[in-house]
Design a binder for this molecule. Structure first.
Ligand SMILES: Cc1cc2nc3c(=O)[nH]c(=O)nc-3n(C[C@H](O)[C@H](O)[C@H](O)COP(=O)(O)O)c2cc1C
Length: 402
């Protein structure tokens, strides 16, 4: 029988780091990097605002270890060439108010942003909207140490921990998914093989950061696509993570496969992957975080209080209201109002929320939601401008050399 936990009680992770409450900002790619992989003043301000808003844990989405496989040209790139001082400033401001500020270690693989990348995944694919080459074994063998190097740099810069991104159809999620991964070697086929790269990446990262630094994994409960990763295999991965050195498993789902439904596009009236979280509880004693669909304090309290999960992850709710944890703790209502858009072109939700992040970073968010068409135009224009800066700064990213 699980003990009932309150949303505002601390949580001690296996590495002994304490989270001050049970509310996390789940990873979001904020597109506020400056195009050379470095933080901007607006980005630092955004993370400061979240820290002041009372959450325990804040995760920066899609931080790359190399420029070759970014998800967007606004991603951060933390490697030996980075200007360390600028990352330290972000770590310090975003870690104010006793907030744990972690980096999500990203690699978009087959879904790398084509204007700045030559996408490569576990297997070559040539589908409408998705074309990539196959990673060689030598390239695969280099990946764990790349993740580990970025994690070590994050630790040195003063960030509190890292999250390895194995969800949403990006590289490690591609390896887990039979839809992307058709390899015949030790990295493809059975789920034991498909999770090999993830487990090697965890081991390398742990060896680089030591026992006291939090490492989380964001895992898809399912790709929600025919032929993709399914729940039973995802449970096998959760069981393997139980035997690994990770400190937290963040449960999500959905995939940015052309035409597919992504977790951040969902509407609906409650948390998305609670059923899987309950199944995962039976195969692991690691702390569980559940991300996706939380909109009210009552939903969050129920998920934690029932013992189903230890921590809840919020993305869009914290874009609508960055101070939501403090408001919940002070019993302030009403709950945030989520915008409803009658017609949403593909990618429109992400564009709208991302542009609102830009407003928050400028302390200029508006009470009424802006127009979605304008958000898409602004988002695309900024990506185009950052692409030019990225290519100028990093060159043409010949990924075979990385
Ligand atoms: C603008 C935006 C950017 C996102 N970027 C990332 C990301 O970089 N990494 C990640 O794991 N998830 C990312 N997500 C997904 C969220 O972390 C979360 O899983 C999803 O939005 C569902 O949670 P929610 O219902 O609280 O929004 C993003 C979501 C949004 C809205």
């Amino acid at each position: 029988m699980q003990q009932r936990e309150n949303l505002f009680e601390p949580l001690t992770l296996p590495c002994r780091v304490v989270l001050k409450n049970r509310i996390a900002k789940s990873a979001m790619s904020d597109s506020l990097g400056d195009g050379t992989g470095h933080p901007t003043a607006e980005q630092i301000r955004l993370y400061r605002r979240w820290a002041e808003g009372g959450l325990a844990l804040s995760i920066i989405g899609e931080v790359q270890g190399t420029p070759g496989f970014a998800e967007k040209p606004g991603n951060l790139v933390l490697n030996d060439d980075a200007d360390f001082d600028r990352f330290q400033a972000l770590a310090q401001e975003g870690g104010a108010n006793d907030t744990q500020l972690w980096l999500q270690l990203g690699h978009a693989g087959a879904l790398a942003y084509a204007p700045t990348s030559q996408p490569k995944g576990p297997s070559a694919l040539d589908l409408p909207g998705l074309c990539c080459a196959e990673l060689t074994e030598a390239e695969i063998h280099r990946l764990p140490s790349e993740f580990a190097r970025t994690a070590r740099l994050a630790q040195d810069a003063g960030f509190g921990g890292v999250q390895i991104h194995a969800a949403h159809g990006f590289l490690l999620s591609q390896f887990l998914s039979p839809l992307f991964n058709k390899r015949n070697d030790e990295y493809g086929g059975s789920i034991a093989n498909r999770m090999r790269l993830l487990l090697e990446s965890i081991d390398a990262t742990r060896a680089a950061v030591g026992p006291d630094f939090p490492i989380a994994v964001k895992l898809n409960s399912s790709d929600q696509l025919e032929g993709g990763l399914e729940e039973d295999d995802a449970l096998n991965v959760a069981a393997a993570l139980d035997r690994s050195s990770v400190d937290l498993i963040d449960i999500s789902g959905g995939t940015y496969f052309p035409g597919a439904k992504a977790a951040s596009d969902g509407a609906g009236g409650g948390p998305y992957f609670l059923g899987f979280a309950r199944r995962a509880r039976a195969v692991t004693t690691k702390p569980l975080m559940l991300t996706g669909g939380f909109k009210t304090r009552a939903q969050a309290e129920e998920a934690v209080g029932s013992g189903a999960v230890d921590l809840i992850g919020l993305a869009r709710a914290l874009v609508i209201e960055p101070s939501l944890p403090a408001l919940w703790q002070a019993d302030r209502t009403p709950e945030p109002v989520f915008p409803r858009f009658p017609e949403v072109p593909e990618g429109g939700i992400t564009a709208w929320y991302t542009m609102r992040l830009t407003e928050i970073g400028a302390d200029a968010e508006t009470p009424a939601p802006g127009e979605i068409g304008q958000a898409i135009r602004d988002y695309d224009a900024r990506d185009a401008a950052r692409t030019a800066i990225w290519l100028e700064h990093f060159g043409d990213n010949d990924t075979s050399a990385q």
